[in-house]
Design a protein around this ligand. Structure first.
Ligand code: ZN
Length: 338
């Protein structure tokens, strides 16, 4: 076990729930900034050629736009995690910059390729270094239009609106993805490592409100877990208890509980909704031991019940779902009344 620096301990003890420290690895962040720009240039170039030479225009264009945004987002997410960025604002700022580079370069490449038809075509470098000429050409394209959709040729404000949606997707999707990615895991300040997630058990939802469960767990009362029952296989509603902690030391250890509800939609397909009940409650080493013991208590009770041939399980499940539906309906009524 590594002895963590005092700064990390005081930071950890300052809150009940884990929060990012706001720190980052300066050297790696600089590399991420450069690498992110390169990825944006490559994505922008490829995107420009696909859009320019695609034989059809329509929804497929937006799917390609979304895919390009997703490609940039997933690269930025990986880079920022590698750079150990625990500062969401910084991560989003770098991503926004990469998104802007992608949009700008896709236009430069698009116009560069269009200009290859003229007598003395410019080089790509000419296009990159002549933003004013590029802007004039863009205004010209907007005035006359370039492509048609269902025999209509979008120009003017309508074309600006399409371009705005396109840019919003190319920048917005990476931002959405990176925000999600940076919030995915806790970070151990002592070991400079991202935490790993270890699912412990699936529980039947408890007969207490979410607030009650959170309150008891916050005061380190793990009997709330020990008194629960393990969810039988194929449950339609259950709470997954997991630990999210450092793979190398026991300084950073957190408890997460997520509620999963499976519902069938009108087409008969199953849909899974996952909502956090408890998100990264900080655990001291002795809390982790108490938690693990509470979980093994539930598991052994479940095994005993299974051996005794507990047939009540299915009825309980149906009753729990019924209760959930009623409480959701009541909540909906309450909110509409308010
Ligand atoms: Zn650690």
């Amino acid at each position: 076990m590594t002895t963590p620096p005092t700064a990390a301990i005081s930071y950890l003890s300052s809150s009940i729930y884990y929060r990012h420290s706001g720190r980052f690895d300066a050297g790696r962040t600089l590399i991420t900034l450069i690498a992110g720009t390169v990825v944006a240039l490559v994505c922008g170039g490829i995107y420009a050629y696909i859009v320019r030479y695609m034989p059809i225009v329509g929804w497929i264009t937006f799917i390609i736009t979304g895919g390009t945004g997703f490609a940039l987002g997933s690269a930025m997410g990986k880079l920022l995690q590698w750079a150990r960025v625990r500062n969401t604002t910084l991560g989003l700022a770098i991503t926004a910059l990469a998104g802007l580079v992608l949009v700008w370069f896709s236009w430069v490449v698009y116009i560069y390729d269009l200009l290859q038809q003229i007598k003395i075509p410019p080089t790509l470098w000419d296009c990159v270094t002549s933003p004013q000429i590029m802007w004039q050409i863009l205004l010209d394209i907007n005035e006359h239009g370039l492509w048609s959709i269902k025999e209509a040729k979008p120009t003017g404000i309508f074309l600006w609106a399409i371009w705005l949606v396109e840019a919003a997707l190319l920048i917005g999707i990476p931002l959405w993805y990176v925000r999600k990615k940076l919030d995915e895991k806790a970070f151990c300040e002592a070991c400079q490592k991202w935490c790993i997630i270890r699912p412990l058990i699936d529980l039947k939802t408890l007969p207490f409100s979410r607030a009650e469960v959170s309150r008891r767990l916050e005061s380190k009362d793990f009997s709330v877990i020990a008194d629960a029952k393990e969810a039988p296989k194929g449950s339609l509603m259950y709470w997954t208890v997991s630990l999210q902690g450092c793979p190398s030391c026991d300084t950073t250890q957190t408890l997460c509980i997520d509620e999963t509800v499976l519902t069938q939609n009108k087409k008969g397909q199953w849909e899974k909704t996952i909502k956090p009940v408890v998100k990264r409650l900080l655990l001291a080493p002795e809390d982790t031991v108490a938690m693990t013991m509470a979980v093994s208590q539930v598991r052994s009770a479940h095994t005993e019940a299974a051996l005794a041939g507990d047939t009540k399980v299915k009825d309980d499940e149906a009753a729990a779902l019924q209760a959930l539906n009623e409480s959701t309906a009541t909540a909906a009524e309450d909110s509409s009344a308010a």
